[in-house]
Structures are given as C-alpha cells and as structure tokens.
Ligand binder design. Sequence first.
Ligand code: NAD
Length: 276
Amino acid sequence: MTEQSFISLNDGNTIPQVGLGVWQTPNDEAAPAVKAALDAGYRHVDTAAVYENEEGVGEGIRRSGLDRKDVFLTTKLWNNDQGYEQTLKAFDASLKRLGTDYVDLYLIHWPSAYRGLFVDTWKAFVKLREEGRAKSIGVSNFYPEHIERIVAETGVVPVLNQIELHPDFQQREARAFHEKHKIATQSWSPLGQGKLLDHPEIGKIAERLGRTPAQVVIRWHIDNGLIVIPKSVTPSRIIENFKVFDFKLSAEDLQVFGRLDHAGARIGPDPQTATF
Ligand code: NAD
C-alpha cells in the first residue's frame, strides 16, 4: 500500500488525512474498532465527549501497543459545557476518560450560538493550546460568521472546521471561506452515513476502477484536499476504507462527482437553527 497522506495545519502541526470516526459506538465496540483501525495503519481517531466512548477509544489506543505520540487523537467539547471555566473542567474530564495527558486536536462541537458562549469557550481553548494540552484547536459546525467572531475576539484562527460534507452535499461556499483563511476542512458523515454508497454513478466509477463505492467516495474527499473520518466498527470495512492511497480519481470522475451536489442533501441539523 502506498503511504497515507497528511494535511498541514495553520499552526505548523500535521494531521493524517484519513481517520476513524466513532460516533454511535459504545465503549465496548470502540476499543476493538480503534485497535483494528490502528492495526490497519490508521493513525487518527475522531471522538467526542458526547459520544460517551472516550474510555473505549483510549483503551483501543493502548491495546494497539503504539506510542501515544504516533496517534492523532481528536475529541470535542459538548455544548452544555461551553463557557470559560466549564470548558477547562470538561477538557480535564475528557483527558481522564481517554487516559492521556493531551489531545492532538480539541474541537468546539457546535457553535450553539443561542447560548452566547462560544467566544468564551474559544478563549479557554486558546489557554489549553498555550498549555500544550491541546496541541491544536479547532471548531465544528461553525458558519463563517461564527469563525469571524472568534478570530476578531482572540486573533486565533482555528486549524480546521469539521462540517457535514459528502458528495451530494459539497459545502462549496464553506470550503472557499476556509481556504481563504487557511482553515482546513474536515468532512463528517463523509459516506452520507452509508446511504450514498448505492448511488449508480458512484457504483459505475467504483466498478471501472475495481474499487468499492466506499473507497471511491473516501478518495473523492482526499482528492479534494479534505480530511475525512469514515466510521465503521466492522474490521473488514475499516481495512477497506483505508485502502485508498494507491489510486486517484480522474478529472472526468471528479466531474461526475461534481454533478451529484444538490441543495437539500444535508442529513444532520443546520448549525444555524440548531437549538441544542
Ligand atoms: P459515515 O458517513 O462515516 O458513514 C458510516 C456508515 O457507513 C457506517 O455506519 C456503515 O453503515 C457505512 N459504511 C462504512 N464503511 C462502509 C463500507 N466500507 N462499506 C459499506 N458501508 C460502509 O457516517 P458518520 O458516522 O455519521 O460520520 C463519520 C464520523 O464523523 C462520525 O463517526 C464522527 O466521528 C464524525 N461526526 C461528527 C459530527 C459533528 O457534529 N462534528 C457529526 C456526525 C459525525
């Protein structure tokens, strides 16, 4: 297998472009899934406090036998822990559950703007980065206006924004904004939660390339410079989803994908109107 790829972040750190997502994975499934992924070559895991599986993720990393420094670990602050002091407490609790003394990336999970706390939360994130306990800090589900606000208040630009993004929901405006501000884009639900994999156009490309639909969709994210965190707890799929570094999509294939984008394909809540 060709070497996996990495993305440079605006703070000088690098992130493996493909990671394992572990949403909706209880602790007892998260540990073996993370171990299977690390055995397969993944070096990046994406969890969150609200997934309630940080213990399992930490356990999976320990079971792999890898050095902690060789795994890029992300977790996220849940909305009801926003606020300066509350964030610092919640971060300590996450580290304790993960069984580590730092994370590679800490994200504000949602702006949850109606609370009016995401700026204070970001100030706590800046402190955690200064302390070296969060090596990089970023956001998730932020609209440009939310990003502009935290940058105006602190001068600190998030390294990335993790947003819902899949071939039929390509987020072109958000990506253009991120690019302009040197913010990487990370795709959540990159496979459209699996629903996209039956798409006939994707099936045709996969068949021609001798790949699976999941592999060509993951490759589409890579070829677009996105960071991608497909989820699976099935070892064979975990392995399959990482065998994506020895081929590329052609310009024609990318054009076919380009035409799949359509309004209304969002699966999750719109961060602008979400009230959680
Ligand atoms: P996904 O798009 O990664 O799809 C996962 C589903 O696709 C699996 O449950 C399985 O049913 C199917 N699948 C995976 N690999 C397959 C394969 N090779 N063949 C056939 N089917 C396959 O969905 P997701 O879990 O929603 O998103 C990925 C990750 O993104 C999450 O686990 C989580 O880490 C993150 N996420 C973040 C947010 C956020 O608000 N920041 C929200 C949702 C998800």
